[in-house]
Design a binder for this molecule. Structure first.
Ligand code: HEC
Ligand code: HEC
Ligand code: HEC
Length: 290
């Protein structure tokens, strides 16, 4: 579910940001109203706002599809009326939940929708549905990106990485500090390989393994008791690459070692960055005051 929302988030941002390149003026994103927070975790037990949105979309789709079919032989009329009632209820919830958004919706359109359904006037029903849809789109254009970034994208600032002892003992790291030392270790290995400093390369490869072990302790602060994400990036395949790396460096096989470092950079660093860092960087760009 979260993954889907990231993709939407990204494509939405792309839509907003690419607009000026092609034609339209830049949309200025608006800060979400304060009362929205209570409808999101952790203030709420559930993502109430988001689930209301999912229902609205389903309701709009049901009504539109029945209107299109417009088949008197079936019992679609009753079904359509049922979905219109639900839409009415959920659409009005928008302002029950966030009174600041009173101007953003047009609740009077709902009784009109019901009336056209009752009369079987599918043409005007369709037009009314479009007018409702426009209120959805307008709000989304200005508010959706910042709401997603504020309430639903993971952030790494509060994560404290656990002390695992050994060489790294006594140094409680932030996520960002860990990233910086990871990067230093990777480059120290590559520099040492380039210059034929075998023992430096060996020691740095060992340090990198320890640093990744520390990082691995953080995965379950978000992934809870799901072991798969950690296994995918820091599991057996990665462990084996590091064992092979030690062996190659020890035996003086520089080219093979460099090749393995490339594989590690892709399967560990880049693979994780593609899901986590891209979203994190976007979040930081959108919410710079934090
Ligand atoms: C959890 C998966 C994950 C793994 C594995 C990972 N990174 Fe990162 N990396 C991140 C995230 C998330 C950020 C952004 C952190 C932030 O914004 O606080 C980041 C940021 C960075 C940064 C920028 C730090 C800064 O100052 O903003 C560097 C450099 C970096 N990573 C290097 C690496 C290297 C090298 C590796 C592999 C040895 C690696 N990372 C592995 C998730 C990961
Ligand atoms: C007054 C503002 C507002 C109005 C009106 C509104 N929405 Fe939303 N909607 C939002 C916000 C804010 C988000 C972003 C929520 C998030 O990412 O957590 C959103 C997100 C969504 C999503 C995306 C969920 C996802 O996959 O990430 C759907 C679907 C949706 N709205 C449907 C609708 C429909 C259908 C209507 C009209 C009937 C509507 N919304 C009217 C504010 C509004
Ligand atoms: C701050 C929260 C956070 C932390 C910390 C975090 N992740 Fe994730 N990760 C996410 C979110 C959100 C997603 C996308 C939704 C999902 O799959 O749960 C994700 C997705 C993934 C995925 C892709 C989906 C999958 O299950 O294959 C992998 C792999 C992954 N994370 C690995 C890791 C690893 C390894 C670590 C620790 C080194 C880590 N994550 C730490 C939030 C986090």
């Amino acid at each position: 579910m979260k993954f889907v929302s990231f993709t939407l988030f990204l494509s939405f941002l792309a839509g907003v940001w690419l607009n000026p390149v092609y034609a339209e003026p830049m949309v200025s994103l608006k800060k979400p109203p304060a009362s929205l927070e209570q409808w999101y975790k952790p203030a709420n037990k559930r993502q109430v706002w988001l689930h209301t949105m999912f229902r609205l979309r389903r309701e709009m789709q049901a009504i539109a599809e029945y209107a299109e079919q417009n088949d008197p032989a079936t019992d679609n009329k009753a079904a359509m009326e049922k979905w219109i009632k639900r839409l009415d209820k959920d659409y009005n919830k928008i302002v029950d939940m966030v009174p600041e958004w009173e101007e953003a919706i047009k609740p009077k359109l709902l009784p009109e929708l019901a009336m056209f359904a009752e009369k079987g006037d599918m043409y005007r029903l369709g037009k009314t549905l479009k007018m409702i849809k426009r209120t959805c789109d307008d709000c989304h254009t200005y508010y959706q990106p910042l709401v997603t970034a504020t309430f639903r994208s993971p952030h790494y600032d509060d994560i404290k990485l656990k002390d695992i002892g050994g060489d790294l003992s006594g140094k409680a790291q932030s996520f960002e500090e860990n990233m910086e030392v990871l990067s230093e270790s990777v480059n120290r290995i590559l520099i040492a390989l380039d210059d034929g400093h075998k023992s430096v390369a060996l020691q740095s490869a060992k340090t990198l393994t320890d640093q990744l072990e520390v990082l691995g302790g953080s995965c379950n602060s978000c992934h809870k008791d799901d072991e798969y994400p950690r296994e995918r990036i820091l599991g057996k395949a990665t462990q084996q690459r590091f064992e092979k790396l030690q062996a190659n460096i020890s035996a003086g096989r520089v080219k093979d070692s460099q090749k393995l470092m490339g594989e590690i950079a892709v399967t560990v660093c880049a693979r994780c960055h593609n899901t986590h860092r891209i979203v994190s960087d976007l979040r930081n760009a959108l919410l710079p005051e934090e």
